[in-house]
Design a binder for this molecule. Structure first.
Ligand code: P1T
Length: 388
């Protein structure tokens, strides 16, 4: 049967072709790395293409990545940043002193630190809530609330929140909803399809997938919001270099292939841990025992390679994290190689101990980023470290 050019393309096809076309001068199938800081203008204030005056403002390699990410997230505009935190920061910088943000309490520790130690000082007000309960979000809304920020699943407790329900609450209160989709990746979850206004990524993680860049991105549908965000980025400067943008685009083209394996390995490891006598609790939305498994199954297409589990004490967590051989002891996540960490002492050390404990980020919590090595080898590695 002939291909219908108007039929929507599948995710894996978009990953490779979304927003891409051969370079017009030579037909190069890969976008060139435009490693330049400025562009020669034919006449004063008449840059080529109307935009290419200075590389903080516009760069064709970065734009190739942005078009691809917009396609993967079902959005219209991608905006790439120097890091995931810079991406989140730029949305907050569209607000003013006196504005209020409602945020999930269990975000990446660096996000909490930015909110409480940088933006509160600058006059932005925050309310931290458990967004698993949409009523808690509704109760926290105020007349000056401009933004609701959630992560789902959360880092590292794998809490899941109802994106569609929270989008309605945000909109009813005159605010926009930003969803940190870093843990899920667009292969597993596309928040804009469920009513969110902004999806944010640390592209450092699954989107790049090879642990060789730091990067971030926002994807939105609204033209005016995209304009505002690009204005903040141009005015404050947190742009990625062209080489990092190119690496991220190269990684994004295999996202679907990698995520299928991350999902399978994450589920297999979570099931193995759930049956292990020395593991007290496993946090993985793909397990039927996860309190929000049904919601996760409804709004996600897969459950990622992120798995957290509690072994009771810091000594036991340390003994495991320092004794795996394939799982490398390191911060970060989402690369092809497996990583292990102890969030209370590493990624979430900057979160006050009392809040950490309340959320379940105990000293005995271990976090895995399950990579795409052979599943049997990964389970055997954990089995040795846990004292099978
Ligand atoms: O590191 P950076 O690219 O700036 O991204 C920050 C960030 C934002 N959102 C989520 C959900 C994240 O997990 C991160 C970074 N996280 C780690 C480094 C980590 O090990 O959890």
């Amino acid at each position: 049967m002939a291909h219908d050019p108007t039929a929507p393309l599948g995710f894996g096809t978009l990953a490779i072709h979304g927003g891409q076309s051969p370079e017009p001068t030579t037909g190069a199938i890969m976008p060139p790395i435009f490693q330049t800081s400025t562009y020669v203008q034919p006449a004063i204030a008449e840059p080529l293409g109307g935009v290419y005056d200075y590389a903080r403002v516009a760069n064709p390699t970065r734009e190739a990545l942005e078009r691809n990410l917009a396609a993967l997230e079902s959005g219209k505009h991608g905006v790439a940043f120097a890091s995931g935190l810079a991406a989140i920061e730029s949305v907050v910088k569209t607000l003013s002193a006196g504005d209020h943000i409602v945020t999930e309490e269990n975000t990446y520790g660096g996000t909490t630190r930015m909110f409480t130690r940088v933006f509160e000082r600058l006059g932005i007000e925050f309310t931290f809530v458990d967004s698993r309960d949409p009523e808690a979000v509704a109760a926290a809304m105020k007349s000056n609330t401009r933004l609701v920020h959630v992560e789902t699943p959360t880092n590292p407790m794998m809490r899941v929140c109802d994106i569609a329900a929270i989008a309605d609450i945000a909109h009813d209160g005159g605010a926009i909803l930003m969803v940190d989709n870093t843990f899920a990746s667009p292969f597993n979850q596309r928040p804009l399809e469920q009513g969110a206004d902004v999806t944010v990524h640390s592209t450092t993680k699954y989107l790049n997938g090879h642990s060789d860049i730091i990067g971030g991105a926002l994807v939105v549908r609204d033209d005016a919001l995209a304009e505002e965000i690009r204005f903040v980025r141009k005015s404050t400067g947190a742009v990625p270099g062209p080489m990092d943008a190119w690496l991220c685009l190269r990684g994004a083209k295999t996202l679907h292939v990698r995520m299928r394996q991350h999902n399978a390995a994450g589920l297999a490891v979570a099931k193995y841990l759930e049956d292990h006598p020395r593991v007290d609790r496993v946090f993985y939305p793909g397990l039927a025992s996860h309190p929000q498994h049904e919601l996760a199954a409804r709004q996600m297409d897969g459950f990622t390679g992120m798995v957290s589990f509690d072994v009771g004490t810091l000594d036991r967590a340390r003994a495991i994290a320092e004794h795996t051989q394939l799982f490398a002891l390191a911060e970060s996540l989402g690369g092809v190689e497996s990583l292990i960490s102890v969030p209370a002492l590493m990624t979430h050390a900057s979160v006050p101990a009392e809040r950490r404990e309340r959320m379940g980020v105990t000293d005995g919590l271990v976090r895995l980023s399950v990579g795409i090595e052979e599943i049997d080898d990964l389970v055997a590695d954990l089995d040795r470290a846990l004292g099978g």
